[in-house]
Design a protein around this ligand. Structure first.
Ligand code: C5P
Length: 232
């Protein structure tokens, strides 16, 4: 599995994201487009960034009835993204339908990654609001296993969970991990963080890095530092 650094381009509009990407000149980082940018600019923003030669992780976290997810995934697949995602809590039937929708007539498809429990959901809120009375670690691993059984390629998880996910779902099951910070940087609102080097050591396949790169004085240098620490 090729390790890579995915830059979370959490910008509110096209001008901002293009000005940011222009700084990279010949370099073409793997870009994550989230809901904010996608809903602001629509599918054209995906086509334009793709046309500049970037790989794209489209982070829209689908969750609906299987038929709707299947049809929506077919649309995303035609956008030629490299990776997209959904909520594992939509059930195995929804995940299997997603794979069907995503698969192109020639058999190829973007990577499909599941969100297990959002890291913003505490065990306490999961119990009180969702009536799930199991330890959160067990829930996360169970959802990861459901995703693997449904044919998905991996999960988004904390770097601290990467090792366990690999032991439960196999070493080829991809872990995509946000919550990455430099050893000498601000943690911001992320609580459980790891450096790129630590994430590499514990076996993350992709790290998702936003503000340590986007808000850096020199974003290109910060990106190169991530690549050097994580990919080597
Ligand atoms: O700026 P920062 O490095 O914290 O950005 C991390 C990115 O990863 C953001 O786009 C955030 O929405 C996303 N993310 C996360 N934690 C998750 C899932 C996604 O931080 N559990």
């Amino acid at each position: 599995m090729g390790k890579d650094v995915i830059v979370a381009c959490d910008f509110s509009g096209k001008d901002e994201v293009m000005a940011f990407l222009d700084k990279f000149k010949g370099r073409k980082p793997y870009v994550k487009i989230g809901m904010e940018l996608f809903y602001a600019e629509g599918p054209d923003i995906v086509r334009e960034i793709k046309a500049r030669g970037h790989k794209i992780f489209l982070d829209l976290k689908l969750h609906d009835i299987p038929n709707t997810v299947k049809k929506s995934m077919a649309v995303l697949s035609r956008l030629d993204v490299d990776m997209t995602n959904l909520h594992a809590s939509g059930t195995k039937a929804m995940m299997e339908a997603a794979i069907e929708g995503l698969t192109r007539p020639d058999g190829t498809r973007p990577l499909l990654i599941a969100v297990t429990q959002l890291t913003s959901t505490s065990e306490e809120r999961m119990k009180a609001d969702l009536l799930i009375n199991e330890p959160i670690d067990k829930v996360v691993m169970h959802y990861a296993k459901n995703a693997a059984d449904s044919g998905l390629d991996g999960v988004v998880c904390s770097p601290l969970e990467s090792e366990k996910v690999h032991s439960v779902c196999g070493k080829d099951f991809i872990t995509v991990t946000p919550g990455v910070r430099f050893s000498d940087g601000d943690t911001g609102d992320q609580v459980r963080v790891m450096t790129p080097a630590q994430a590499k050591k514990i076996g993350s396949d992709y790290i998702v890095v936003g503000r340590p790169i986007t808000a850096a004085d020199d974003p290109v240098a910060a990106y190169e530092r991530c690549i050097n620490e994580f990919v080597g």
